[in-house]
Write a protein that binds this ligand. Structure first.
Ligand code: ADP
Ligand code: ZN
Ligand code: ZN
Length: 733
């Protein structure tokens, strides 16, 4: 027996170094590329991934260490995923090893082999199919609901959340009684004809489905633009059905799993016997691994996940759907700062498959792509289910109707009317993208930057106004520079305060507050939303958590507070977000038989944004914003990257960035380097932060510049300053 010729395995490790490491290995073949290995690295053992094989190495043979173990417990990362990860490492300027290892489920990054995971899905057993609802005691509501669910098809562990804290116990009980059993679901389960009566597609939906399905063997990016309730989800379901029938896998991305329970539910009801898995951070490690494995082995038909799911290997992938594509949750805010939507488009391109980006309020970048012809636009202009007119939007001029503790008299009257009619109201408080600017309460003067087109931001602690765009700084003035009035205040009401005030006004109303805090502390968001559905709530108070796809038939009034802050925000994306959010939240009112009304409290009732909102005219708004961006040379007409630095002292971070500017200028490239500025949240977790914006006319120019510039910065790395780069940044705090 001759020993196999030793070869060199080129390995990436989870280290912040942009290099491959060579190890000696035996008996490796091409199809081991993408497998996890165990190696010794320095003084520890580390898990790496083979990204290539070679005959020889730059490292002397006697210095080469051996691969200690090759894991064969999971499928290797396939070539298309490795290629995608390489692209991301390159595009987002992040070390390849970190990118690759991060794409694996946590469990697979550990140095133990993975035991077969416990079953994740359950079906009724032969015996269980005999059980009827009447066999269960009327009081046993969880049992009854669980039985009903199992009668519809497989139940996955992740679905247990729907049954509250008793879910797992009741399921165990079913298994113990022999009613339910673990299911090994494979794609060989034929696509069952759905038993539900499907709505007949309206002409716009039918055209969308037909055009997308006309050519599924090539890369086609589609923007499915349809107002809330226009039937986008129904289009997705038809597409999924057709792709599954052709034995393909479908990847469905959603911004946040909690915010889209209705989509998950509808997919489950439409395809009860197909193997659907979810991938999001709410799963435990075992579930994550099992779902990933089912996807990677081609056993899962539908993968529904948040941004991290975009890197899941899917051998039979034939379609990607990105729902609510405009949502900023698709952008990762640390580590590899990728946009899952953009990566999904890249993935579809490489796989030569269609991708559908769906939204009522597309991101301006996406809209621009659909106008320039890069993406094909499909419009669903009308509500699908009923001919209800969109809600009437009225503006409450708060310079006349002065709000008391945040709430104006006309809004309070409107809520009182709804209470009398036993309808529901939603008080929506805009907080996103809200950076306080200073306003004169007498003449409406706003703290504008003298050096650029943005507004100065109030930094109360330092008693300063700062421009986050160009770095200009000044003291908070004692009086208005225009009229001399001394009543100046930051334009801004928290949800909690508003809840209290509403309770004072309407002592017998049932008020529910839904925001990040309340959903963390009390019940889950799901349970809260169920309360609203079950008509246990009269007035809802909430933030952007409430703006998305929930359907509340009895909700007829939406009141909007604090929207103005975003009109004059320093963030050039603030008005895009405000409009999107208001249009989404407006869609909450009057979805069923009852007409809806929206009341917006504002000091600027003639602002274009509100007037366009009154017409529900996204297209007009997007076109005018695009024109503004073109004029100001903002994205999507330029390409940006943000260099962030942090240190114990702000001065150190600023000094580092100043040096970076110098280094950047000396490269002599056609890019604009702005002055370094302290971050809006200067202090975070005991460190002080600053940032520097780089801008170029083309992606390529920016990329080439970053490549050269960052290589230099890496060489000059210091222990005192930590820095990171954000390509295509969405947030500038
Ligand atoms: P979106 O995802 O755009 O908000 P949905 O797909 O959820 O819209 O559709 C809104 C409502 O209209 C749902 O209750 C859905 O079942 C219904 N619906 C969708 N398409 C049709 C159709 N062609 N005919 C009748 N009802 C429809
Ligand atoms: Zn004034
Ligand atoms: Zn400025």
């Amino acid at each position: 027996m001759t020993a196999a010729k030793p070869i060199i395995a080129r390995i990436v490790l989870d280290v912040p170094l942009d290099s491959l490491f060579d190890y000696r290995a035996e008996g490796l073949a091409e199809d081991d590329i993408g497998r996890r290995v165990l190696v010794s690295f320095g003084r520890r053992r580390a898990v790496g991934v083979i990204v290539g094989l070679a005959d020889r190495s730059g490292v002397a043979e006697n210095k080469l260490k051996p691969v200690l173990h090759v894991f064969r417990d999971l499928p290797p990362l396939p070539a298309d995923i490795l290629h995608l990860l390489r692209f991301c490492a390159d595009y987002y300027q992040h070390p390849l090893g970190e990118v690759v290892l991060n794409a694996l489920p946590q469990r697979a990054r550990r140095s133990e082999a993975i035991a077969a995971p416990p079953p994740q899905c359950f079906l009724l057993s032969t015996g269980g199919r005999e059980i009827r609802l009447d066999d269960l005691p009327a009081r046993a509501s969880v049992q009854r609901r669980l039985l009903l669910r199992l009668q519809q098809g497989a139940l996955c562990r992740a679905d247990l959340a729907d049954f509250g804290s008793q879910g797992s116990k009741v399921l165990r009980d079913f298994i113990a009684r022999g009613w339910a059993e673990a299911a090994t679901m494979t794609p060989s389960v034929p696509l069952a004809p759905t038993t539900a009566a499907l709505p007949e597609l309206n002409p716009a939906q039918a055209e969308a489905v037909q055009r997308i399905l006309a050519e599924t063997d090539a890369f086609h990016p589609w923007l499915l633009h349809g107002i809330t309730g226009s039937g986008k989800t129904e289009v997705y379901l038809r597409l999924i059905e057709s792709i599954l029938a052709g034995n393909g896998q479908v990847l469905v991305l959603v911004p946040e799993i909690n915010l889209t329970p209705q989509l998950e539910e509808r997919i489950r009801r439409r395809f009860p016997r197909q193997n659907r898995v979810s991938l999001h951070s709410g799963l435990n490690e075992t579930e994550r691994l099992s779902h990933w494995q089912q996807a990677a082995e081609g056993r899962a038909d539908i993968v529904l996940g948040t941004r991290l799911a975009v890197f899941t290997p899917l051998p039979r992938l034939k379609l990607i759907i990105v729902d609510e594509e405009h949502d900023s949750s698709y952008k990762q805010q640390d580590g590899l700062r990728y946009s899952a939507r953009d990566v999904a488009v890249m993935r579809a391109r490489e796989r030569s498959i269609p991708i559908v980006l769906g939204s009522a309020t597309p991101a301006l970048e996406t809209w621009h792509n659909s106008q320039s012809g890069r993406y094909a636009l499909l419009e669903l202009p009308e509500r699908a289910a009923y001919q209800a007119a969109p809600p009437a939007v009225h503006l409450i001029d708060t310079r006349r109707a002065k709000p008391e503790q945040g709430l104006s008299a006309p809004l309070l009257r409107a809520i009182a009317e709804r209470l009398e009619r036993r309808e529901q109201s939603l008080v929506f408080i805009n907080r996103r993208g809200f950076s306080p600017v200073l306003m004169c309460n007498a003449c409406g003067w706003l703290s504008a930057c003298p050096r650029c087109s943005s507004k100065l931001v109030v930094h109360l602690r330092e008693r300063q106004l700062r421009c986050h765009h160009c770095g200009h700084e000044t003291h908070i003035p004692a009086s208005c520079p225009d009229c001399g009035n001394t009543d100046l205040s930051p334009v801004g009401h928290g949800t909690q305060r508003v809840e209290e005030v509403l309770a004072e006004h309407f002592p017998s109303a049932r008020i529910l507050r839904i925001d990040r805090d309340s959903t963390r502390r009390r019940h889950s968001l799901r349970a809260m939303l169920a309360q609203v559905h079950d008509d246990e709530v009269d007035i809802l108070v909430g933030t952007q958590l409430l703006a998305k796809g929930h359907d509340f038939p009895k909700l007829t009034l939406v009141g909007i507070l604090n929207a103005d802050g975003a009109l004059y925000s320093t963030d050039f994306r603030a008005s895009e977000r405000l409009f999107a959010q208001l249009l989404q939240v407006t869609g909450r009112a009057g979805r069923a038989a009852l007409p809806g009304e929206v009341l917006i409290q504002t000091d600027f009732p003639s602002h274009d944004l509100y007037l366009t909102l009154q017409r529900h005219d996204y297209n007009a708004f997007a076109d005018s914003l695009l024109a503004e961006r073109r004029q100001a040379d903002f994205p999507p007409f330029c390409f940006q990257a943000l260099l962030r630095a942090e240190a114990t002292q702000l001065s150190e971070a600023m000094a580092f960035l100043a040096k970076a500017v110098k280094a950047g200028l000396s490269l002599n490239r056609p890019v604009t380097l702005y002055d370094p500025v302290p971050a809006q949240m200067t202090r975070l977790a005991g460190r002080e932060r600053a940032q520097l914006l780089v801008q170029a006319d083309s992606r390529k120019t920016l990329h080439d510049f970053l490549q050269a510039w960052l290589a230099g910065l890496r060489e000059k790395a210091s222990q005192r300053v930590r820095w990171s780069i954000d390509v295509d940044p969405l947030d500038f705090y």
